[in-house]
Design a protein around this ligand. Sequence first.
Ligand code: GDP
Length: 298
Amino acid sequence: MFDTLQDRLQSAFKNLRGKGRLSEADIDAVAREIRVALLDADVAVPVVREFIANVKLRAAGAEVSQALNPAQQVIKIVNDELVTILGGETRRIRYAKTGPTVIILAGLQGAGKTTLAGKLGLWLKSQGKSPMLVAADLQRPNAVTQLQVVGQQAGVTVFAPEPGNGKGNPVKVAKAGLKEAQRTLHDVVIVDTAGRLGIDAELMQQAADIRKAVDPDEVLFVIDAMIGQDAVTTAQAFLEGVDFTGVVLTKLDGDARGGAALSVRSITGRPIMFASTGEKLTDFDVFHPDRMAGRILD
Ligand code: GDP
């Protein structure tokens, strides 16, 4: 991911090499190239606009520096702005002070929610937690089994609906799962919810109802980083429909242009908290805006 963007930015910076000072024309030229590079990477238009305005403003106001030549100065400014649009600081999970921490996963079908439940479970275990997965995706016939398989691979308990404890009703399943976690002393509950291929009012309501019923500490919106410009409408729909406290980017290992990754934080105002980079349960980590910016500019 980001290979093309990376190349394009490097070539934009190359034109500044050997310049003693940046003229207004130099700044305009490099800003134009960065703008096109970001748009071609599918970064959302309003995000690009603000990004370029900030880069220009800072480049024009940059002091003549002894330590950095003009090219290095622009690279530093672009790096700082990338860190900013990616959210600045790393945002950690806010664990509940008492009782189990409840995390709901929401997103379109195929975004990688079920896989993420396993990844997050495994990661939480490495943090000394005792997680439990709750199968509240009752829409897809295979979803419950898939979660059970993932849970088994991760070595994490899965609470799945059985006759008598809410079969067919995801809200009841989520509530029963939480109760079971309290009883069995699991300290984090991850609720997998149903997704559709497109945004769907009924399922959005279902996720909102689950949210209301279990009063979560975190609602994570899971988004496939390869979906391009659709990221904006999808993220906005989930923000309005369920609201969420954080974002998980999946499929960052793909070779698509990755604009979703660079847009979603600015568009929603919610932090990117985790990143998924493959199909294996260990292809997963906490998201660090500075490291991601560094990788784009490497
Ligand atoms: P859900 O419908 O949101 O629950 O999505 P799934 O967890 O079933 O994932 C959909 C597909 O994407 C599966 O084939 C996963 O193996 C795959 N997948 C999930 N996360 C990643 C990732 O980070 N990288 C890659 N390459 N594939 C992923």
